[in-house]
Write a protein that binds this ligand. Structure first.
Ligand SMILES: [Zn+2]
Length: 481
């Protein structure tokens, strides 16, 4: 139903995803360190990233390899020569008043173009991938519209970025979110970008409804916010059909978009070839060498999980949507080969827990051996599924071994359950009498036993003990000959 509605509206969504190449040690054109988050504001800057007169940029050659790996993973065409352009604009986040980037017109050739990424809702074409420098970071008091000032930190200025631009092939906000997660998992598998670092992967979205103008949404901080901002825009554009071509800001606090500027034309940026950097030749040899060392990507890994571990495709899809989770899964399997049990926890129970707490997978406290220990108890039949899950929920927040909880559970062995059955019989003598004639009442007694053990008893064992006790007692109650 939802799908039909979306297609009726003629929604077209395109994304521009900025990914910092966090695997590099230095910035794109200078030797300032790339781990700028670890420093005081405006302390890791130099004459090159500040664009002081007389300074010259020098390309960090490693960025080319990283961008090419992304291009290969996204099935792009790679031109033999690529070059840099200047995008001129006056804004406080750019100390040079221009940004060194790439361009696809006027003789500009980006590092890659014409690729695609397959998602569950269909193929998404990649228009181009370009290399560029990150601007500085602006912070506001509250929000961009009402803040009386802006603070600027240039530590981020000059950090290497790739911008991945899609065609408007995304059909709805959920599709956009799914695409972003898949892209992030790919970047993590290639090892170029760590998506868990604040601001390492950021997206601008553009959206239009049939017959309406294209609106660009900027400053969206997370994938969840992309979803929210797009949904807001769909509602807004439905109410105000037509509209103007403009750039809007997503106000995360009020959850609305507000006009930033009516869209500037590209000519406004006065793009021209960067005179301080020569074009870069991308040899066939380099591409072949990179192809040979490409790591396993999420789709391949997902297929392998299904084949090798016999988990469902849905489970494999969820686990490989994050590299950290897929790695964790394989580490647990090595310790305790129970893929179905562990896959279920990782695909269903743990994401549910993380979502409730607003946490990232990387923030879970437990390590693979903790999960392996718990899975072994369940696989060996020492505890049941419910007990295992309740222990899982106890160890997740504290990040400790399940041993302590398992020891408590082990007290629920046969002798202690017998004692509980005795107690249940003593407290429910009426029901016990009835159960002798009506087997359905046994279920009531089992229910009482489960209550006593707070659900920790093995259901089948409890039934067996209750039935045994009933028949024993009826035998001993028979009149002696
Ligand atoms: Zn620098």
């Amino acid at each position: 139903m939802r799908q039909e509605l979306d297609s009726d509206l003629g929604i077209k969504i395109g994304l521009e995803v900025h990914c910092q190449i966090t695997s590099l040690r230095t910035k794109l054109f200078c030797s300032c360190p790339s781990n700028y988050r670890d420093y005081e504001p405006n302390s890791v800057i130099c004459e090159i990233c500040m664009g002081l007169p007389g300074s010259l940029p020098r390309l960090n050659a490693k960025v080319i390899e990283s961008a090419l790996k992304i291009a290969l993973a996204l099935n792009c065409e790679i031109p033999p020569v690529t070059n840099f352009f200047r995008k001129n604009y006056f804004y406080p986040d750019t100390p040079k008043n221009f940004q060194i980037t790439q361009y696809d017109k006027a003789g500009g050739v980006p590092i890659a173009h014409n690729g695609f990424l397959d998602s569950w809702q269909g193929r998404v074409r990649i228009r181009r991938i370009q290399i560029e420098e990150d601007p500085g970071k602006l912070s506001y008091d509250g929000n961009i519209v009402t803040s009386p000032y802006a603070l600027v930190d240039y530590n981020r200025a000059g950090i290497a970025l790739t911008e991945i631009v899609t065609e408007p092939d995304l059909k709805n906000p959920r599709h956009a979110r799914e695409f972003l997660f898949k892209l992030r998992s790919i970047l993590e598998h290639i090892g170029v970008s760590d998506g868990s670092l604040e601001g390492a992967i950021r997206a601008d979205a553009n959206i239009s409804l049939a017959g309406g103008k294209r609106v660009e949404i900027k400053n969206v901080s997370s994938f969840k916010e992309v979803d929210r901002a797009l949904n807001f825009e769909i509602t807004r554009q439905k109410r105000l059909p037509g509209g103007v071509m403009e750039t809007r800001h997503w106000d995360e606090v009020r959850r609305v978009t507000v006009t930033l500027r009516v869209k500037e034309e590209e000519e406004g940026y006065r793009y021209f070839p960067e005179p301080d950097l020569s074009p870069v030749t991308v040899s066939r040899d380099l591409i072949d060498r990179l192809k040979a060392i490409m790591p396993e990507l999420p789709d391949q890994r997902r297929a392998r999980f299904v084949n090798e571990f016999k988990v469902s495709d849905e489970v494999a899809k969820i686990i490989t949507s994050e590299k950290a989770m897929a790695d964790f899964f394989e580490e647990v399997i090595l310790l305790q080969y129970s893929p179905k049990i562990i896959g279920g926890w990782l695909a269903v129970d743990i994401p549910g827990y993380l979502k409730r707490r607003g946490l990232d997978f990387k923030e879970i406290g437990i390590n693979p051996s903790h999960l392996a220990e718990l899975a072994k108890e369940l696989a060996d039949g020492k505890i049941n599924d419910n007990v295992a899950k309740s222990i899982l929920m106890k160890i997740l927040p504290v990040g400790e071994s399940p041993r302590k909880y398992l020891e408590i559970e082990n007290e629920m062995d046969e002798p202690s359950l017998r004692e509980i059955v005795t107690r249940v019989f003593a407290r429910n003598s009426g029901a016990v009498e009835e159960a002798r004639h009506d087997p359905r009442v046994i279920d009531f007694l089992i229910g009482q036993g489960m209550k006593e053990t707070r659900g920790r008893a093995d259901h089948a064992l409890l039934r067996k003990l209750i039935s045994e006790k009933l028949s024993q007692e009826s035998r001993s109650n028979q009149p002696k000959p």
